[in-house]
Design a protein around this ligand. Structure first.
Ligand SMILES: [Zn+2]
Length: 297
């Protein structure tokens, strides 16, 4: 027994050398968690919750299965980005199971009339708004990643810019046209940074290219600019929050499961790959570093 206490004490002492604790805010009944950050990066995990309170009835319409391990994946990305960039991204996590709330849908489908679920939905998007506003105030831009998991047969990371496979199959001239850019979650970088839309979708410094360079097959990317189907193009959260006029851009990331989000070691490898990709992406496409300093004018 005595030796056990010594081990516990040593564990506590080792913990003292870790980074100082960060703020964690919660909404009502801790259904929604918000960790404010210091970087121009906001990560949300709407479908990784496991809580099933008895006083919220099960949703009767829409998808009710969770995206397994995506909460843990989002947390791993936060830690990997902190290690790579020296500051924490903002993190918003929905702890409610998807059978109780689908935070990536409009309110009526998300909460299906339940008052507690509706309140959590408002808090989830309120925290994302708050995080994006702070990132824009601190850095001039916010990059939002809504983290999901898919079970499609093709094991590729699906990058949802609000464009479906048919949209992405159009030729470059059409993809670069204002009509398509208007729909895209990457609009800010086209309009404010002057980068052709095609370059952002599947050029050599697109997120798909950078992730593939780090060993994770992705689409759209230079190797697969047009996704096969089924393909998730991005949902309510990206549509609602990625507004160029508000300084917000980003995407929905759909992570496959085997060797990416199945184990802690897999998640760690992907988190490090994404952090490295984002460091390059921010400099090339957003004109700022993924760091705590103010964006250059
Ligand atoms: Zn999802």
């Amino acid at each position: 027994m005595k030796s056990l206490w010594i081990i516990l004490f040593l564990g506590a002492a080792a913990g003292a050398a870790e980074p100082p604790p960060h703020d964690i805010l919660f909404g009502s009944r801790r259904f929604i968690e918000y960790q404010p950050g210091a970087l121009p990066l906001v990560i949300a995990a709407p479908h990784g919750g496991r809580e099933k309170p008895a006083d919220i009835p099960d949703r009767t319409q829409g998808v009710v299965d969770m995206d397994a391990n995506t909460q843990e994946l989002a947390r791993a990305v936060v830690e990997a980005v902190q290690a790579a960039a020296g500051g924490r991204p903002h993190l918003v996590v929905c702890h409610l199971h998807r059978s109780k709330l689908d935070a990536n849908r409009d309110l009526s489908e998300a909460a299906q009339g339940n008052a507690l679920a509706s309140q959590a939905w408002h808090e989830h998007h309120g925290f994302i708004d708050e995080a994006c506003r702070k990132a824009v105030k601190d850095h001039g831009v916010a990059f939002l990643i809504d983290m999901h998991g898919h079970g499609h047969p093709d094991p590729r990371v699906e990058l949802g810019y609000l464009l479906n496979a048919a949209d992405l199959a159009q030729d470059g001239q059409v993809l670069n046209s204002p009509a398509v850019v208007q729909k895209s979650s990457l609009r800010l970088m086209v309009e404010k940074r002057g980068i052709p839309h095609m370059e952002l979708l599947s050029g050599p410094f697109s997120l798909g290219a950078l992730l593939e360079h780090e060993g994770f097959p992705a689409t759209p990317s230079p190797g697969k600019p047009v996704p096969g189907t089924p393909f998730f193009r991005g949902g309510y959260t990206i549509f609602r929050h990625c507004k160029a006029e508000a300084g917000v851009t980003g995407l929905q990331i759909e992570a496959y499961r085997p060797r990416l989000r199945d184990t802690a070691a897999s998640r760690q490898r992907f988190a490090e790959a994404l952090a490295a990709s984002l460091k390059t992406y921010f400099v090339r496409n957003l004109g700022t570093t993924l760091g705590v300093g103010r964006a250059p004018k």
